[in-house]
Design a protein around this ligand. Structure first.
Ligand code: NAG
Ligand code: NAG
Ligand code: NAG
Ligand code: NAG
Length: 235
């Protein structure tokens, strides 16, 4: 029996069509309570409008996926509706030096904000992982609602997922989930939050002929030394 696998990176390939896609988002997702995820960051290339998610881990640093790197990335903090974006902030992109876009390993990137964000009720940071991973996770994003859909969501959507404990998932320092629901195009770079702690970064999914979706996330804990070295260069 032959099983064909298709690897799909979750960068958004379509640009936003204003006014459409209100009911879309993470596949199987439900709309978040406005501003209940103040660490969530909308990332978009100023010229191509290709979009990703990310999350604020310090006033001046966003964590996202390396395959989201583009030449004119802007980050938007405290976004509720992507049709009404606040002023964007320019960044310096620092992808992991070992990132390989063909094998999709080490798919992690730091964005240093040229102007640090102001923290308030709608903009806040989320702390990096310290403890053992809980299996009860949640993923969120402004991506497509259908795996083969067309329109991204204007408002943030989220869905609960259970971490898959399998040797296969640990390859290339990844975590994974398997379900009929989950991240789709446009959800790249967003956090996989397990027990209130960001543990993974949405990277890509693998689909087999039975249309099961195995989603892969960079295992943040593994990259903590690299993250700390970039964020605290003098330590
Ligand atoms: C968030 O955006 C949605 C869609 O435009 C809108 O219905 C809702 O009122 C907004 N909420 C806040 C708090 O801005
Ligand atoms: C919070 O700060 C952001 C910029 O970081 C700004 O766009 C937003 O309007 C502020 N919100 C409130 C409620 O002050
Ligand atoms: C996720 O699970 C929590 C309880 O563990 C529940 O309160 C929440 O509504 C669920 N979220 C979604 C999007 O289903
Ligand atoms: C994630 O990485 C940490 C640190 O390397 C490791 O201890 C942990 O086992 C990894 N998690 C999984 C599920 O592979």
């Amino acid at each position: 029996m032959s099983i064909s696998w298709f690897i799909t990176t979750l960068l958004l390939l379509h640009s936003c069509t204003p006014g459409v896609g209100m009911d879309h988002g993470i596949v199987g997702g439900k709309e978040y309570i406005p501003h209940s995820r103040p660490y969530m960051v909308y990332i978009r290339d100023k010229q191509t409008h290709k979009a990703c998610g990310g999350f604020l881990i310090r006033e001046d640093f966003v964590l996202t996926a390396a395959h989201c790197k583009r030449d004119h990335l802007m980050v938007y903090l405290g976004v509720n509706d992507t049709n009404h974006l606040p002023e964007g902030i320019k960044v310096d992109a620092i992808p992991h030096p070992k990132f390989d876009s063909k094998k999709m390993n080490d798919d992690i990137m730091l964005l240093k904000l040229k102007k640090p964000g102001t923290l308030n009720k709608t903009v806040n940071i989320i702390a990096l992982p310290k403890n053992k991973i809980s299996s009860n996770c949640m993923v969120m994003g402004w991506g497509l609602q259908e795996y083969n859909g067309k329109f991204p969501s204007r408002v943030l959507k989220e869905v609960n997922l259970t971490l898959l404990r399998s040797k296969y998932c640990a390859i290339r320092h990844n975590l994974c989930t398997q379900d009929e629901v989950g991240p789709a195009l446009g959800d790249s770079g967003g956090p996989l939050i397990c027990g209130n702690v960001p543990q993974g970064i949405v990277s890509y999914y693998i689909m087999n002929e039975f249309t099961n979706y195995l989603t892969m996330y960079a295992n943040i804990s593994y990259y903590l030394p690299w993250i700390h070295k970039i964020m605290n260069p003098t330590l």
